[in-house]
Design a protein. Structure first.
Length: 94
């Protein structure tokens, strides 16, 4: 799967699944209970920086996405477990 397509799929899945967002929050609270959980920043077509901010937040949540539990529950986003996906995202962000 191409990185751009994979990123769009991951973000779209998370934006469209309240259950996935809730699980993402739970994992963050388990790993770092004293920190406030982060949410993805929604892309807004009228704000040029929203896509950048969206991808930057995705990178900040990388360790959460690498938890096997998330992929066992949502196999449709298992591609985001691969190191190559995150390396390519870092390259895109420059």
């Amino acid at each position: 799967m191409q990185t751009k397509h994979a990123i769009v799929n991951l973000i779209g899945f998370l934006e469209g699944s309240k259950i996935a967002r809730t699980e993402l929050k739970k994992i963050q609270l388990l790993l770092e209970p004293k920190k406030r959980p982060l949410r993805l920043i929604k892309h807004n077509s009228t704000r040029w920086s929203s896509r950048f901010n969206n991808l930057e937040r995705l990178l900040r949540l990388r360790t959460i996405f690498k938890q096997n539990y998330l992929f066992e529950k949502f196999p449709e986003i298992k591609f985001a477990q691969k190191q190559e996906f995150w390396e390519n995202l870092e390259k895109i962000m420059g």
